[in-house]
Every structure is written in C-alpha cells, then in structure tokens.
Design a protein around this ligand. Structure first.
Ligand code: KG4
Ligand code: ZN
Length: 337
C-alpha cells in the first residue's frame, strides 16, 4: 500500500511516500530554521504562513521524487497533534482535502506515536517490543512499546524538554538557534568533566526527567564569572562549559533509558527526536546498551527530526487495520501518547 504522509506540527513542512510502512520512496523536508533564526525560536504565525505557502509544492515534490502520481496513492495521513495549532491545521487540511478529492482513506496521526516507528523505518526491521526514548525540543518521554500502537508512557519531563534545555543554554551563551547542534560543536573540543553540573533525577526510581536544574546551574555558573568575555568563541572555557552541560544531559538520558529498559525487561531500545542527532548521546547509548546486552535502534538523523516518512509509516499499520479518521477531525495541539 502506497501512503502519502504529511507533517506540519511545528517548523518543518514535510511530505513523504512510503510503501507498506517500510520502504521510504520519498521524504521531502523543508526546514524553516532560517526563517525563525532571527527570533531565537519558532514564531507560530510565521510557521503556519510558510507551511501554507509551500505545502502544495512539497507534496508535489514528494510524489515526483517517489516516481509516483497521485493516482497511485492508496491512503493519506497527516499529523493531527500534538504541536502548534496553526501549523497542524495546514498539513491536516491539505491531507483531508487530497483524500476527499481522490476518494482515498484518510487517517490523522499522533506525531509522538509516529516517532516510535521512525527507528524501525530506518533499520528496515520489523517492530520488536522495546523501550523508546523520544527526545526533542518539545518532548522528553520514555515509552514502553509492546507493539505498533500498543504502548504505555513510563515517564516524561516534569519541566523543560531536553532539546529545550539545549536551546535555552545556547541562548544564555549567545550561541545560535537551534542550540543543540551549536552546543555539540563547542562540546567536541571541551572537557565533559570540567564542571560538575547536576544530573537531575538520575538516581530516582521513577522514569521522569527534569532538566530545569541543569539549566539554572549553568545560569548561576555564568553569573559567578568575573569576566564574561572569556566565553566569547573561540574559547576553551566555553567548550568545557558546553561539554559539561551536554555530558550531564546525556548521562541522565542514557541512565534513565537503560533503567527503564531493565525494568520492562525488553531487549531493544529505540531513540528518536531532534536531540537523538547528538553524537555523544548516540555513542554513550550504544556503549550502555552493549554493556546490558540490549539492541539499540537509533533513527537516521533525517528520521530523528520531524518528517513525514514516520507519519506515512505508522499510518500504513492503522489503515491496514481498517482505521479511518472523519473529515471533521480537528487539530489537537495537546494530544498525548
Ligand atoms: O525533533 P525536532 O526537530 O523538533 C521538535 O522539537 O519537535 O527537535 C529539535 C530539537 C531542538 O531543541 C534542537 O536543539 C535539538 O532538537 N537538537 C539537538 C541536536 N540537533 C537538534 N540537541 C542536541 N544535539 C544535537 N546535535
Ligand atoms: Zn517531533
């Protein structure tokens, strides 16, 4: 079954064609990073206006790249939540309109549920029971996934998402947006043991996270510096600070993910979301999983960040099971897993 997926929950306009929930024929992603960069964060009005301007072209490109025509498509899926209401509305309306005009089955997709399938799409493997870490700018969630569409949230962040912490700390340091890649760049040349930032909730028995304490610790550390100019890049102190901050976040993410996998007695761990692009997180998770004889599936970088392939990927399973969404399905900004 050829499924057309559409994703516009935040600041990426994406359309993809996926065959049978496994084979990605196209995955076109138009990033709006440059548009929002001057504001240091996503501006919802700009995001939705841009989605509207490009959605038709992106869908056409996804068909083109896949080498198929709209006539070949057998099902349409679009993200219905969670995300920015005005952004969600554009992709959702486009998806419903295409389905209605073509008489095709339509399904609205929970963006977070789609993140759960992206590592399997990447690995081209059948789904296995796993513990999944979704770690992005908006979410940090640990999920026990028993099967596609059968999952329980084990825990999540009580305050900032991990990516949000990267973005906020980067802003404090005067680095660019988004902050994750900027901090990672500086961290490469820094000493991760230079500053002992707190590992929030690392040793608590629950599966929740907290990153606001690390962020505040960075702020206090900065305030104590008599000469802030020592942090102007290139600066070895800035590099040490970034490496130490990154290490604190990575240790918490790795520690809590392994603890959850052991508690659920699963043999596989999966990771997706923008922060899963982070090299230190990927490396340290790989080492920890190997030590505990757990197989690790990390989505390819292009499937970690928001994309429509994962929307079409999960949609296949739902459409095949006979599930459909009504044409009056609304955007659900606060949809949960
Ligand atoms: O999944 P995503 O593209 O969008 C959502 O938040 O849904 O994730 C973006 C987040 C941003 O907070 C960004 O700073 C973070 O992912 N990020 C990273 C890296 N690349 C992106 N964080 C740490 N290291 C990276 N290399
Ligand atoms: Zn996402």
């Amino acid at each position: 079954m050829l499924v057309l997926g559409i994703e516009t929950s935040c600041d990426e306009t994406s359309a993809a064609v996926v065959r049978d929930g496994r084979e990605i024929l196209s995955n076109v992603v138009a990033s709006q990073i440059a548009l929002h960069q001057p504001y240091g964060g996503v501006v919802p009005e700009l995001a939705s206006r841009h989605h509207l301007e490009v959605i038709d072209t992106i869908v056409a490109e996804s068909l083109n790249e896949a080498g198929v025509r709209l006539d070949d498509i057998e099902g349409v899926a679009a993200t219905c939540g969670p995300g920015l209401a005005s952004s969600l509305l554009i992709g959702l309306t486009a998806g419903k309109a295409i389905a209605l005009a073509r008489g095709l089955p339509f399904i609205g997709i929970n963006h977070l549920e789609a993140h759960l399938v992206s590592p399997w799409l990447s690995a081209r493997r059948e789904f296995e029971p796993n513990v999944s870490l979704i770690v992005s700018g908006g979410h940090t969630i640990l999920v026990h996934a028993r099967a596609v569409s059968d999952h329980t949230v084990l825990g999540q962040t009580l305050d900032d998402a991990a990516g949000e912490a990267f973005d906020k700390v980067a802003k404090l340091l005067g680095l660019g947006y988004p902050g994750g890649p900027e901090i990672e760049k500086c961290a490469r040349d820094g000493n991760p043991a230079a500053i002992p930032f707190p590992r929030g909730k690392l040793n608590d028995p629950d599966h929740d996270f907290s990153f606001s304490g690390i962020k505040t610790a960075v702020l206090y550390w900065l305030r104590k510096q008599p000469n802030p100019s020592i942090l102007h890049p290139p600066s070895s102190i800035l590099n040490d600070l970034c490496a130490s901050f990154q290490q604190a976040v990575v240790e918490v993410l790795v520690g809590k993910t392994i603890a959850a996998a052991r508690a659920c007695r699963v043999r596989a761990v999966t990771v997706s979301g923008g922060v899963a692009c982070n090299g230190a997180l990927r490396e340290q998770l790989a080492v920890a999983c190997q030590r505990h004889r757990i197989e690790l599936f990390v989505a390819d970088r292009k499937l970690c960040t928001d994309n429509a392939a994962m929307i079409a990927g999960i949609a296949f399973h739902k459409l095949r099971a006979g599930l459909r969404s009504p044409m009056d399905l609304d955007a659900q900004p606060n949809l949960r897993l």
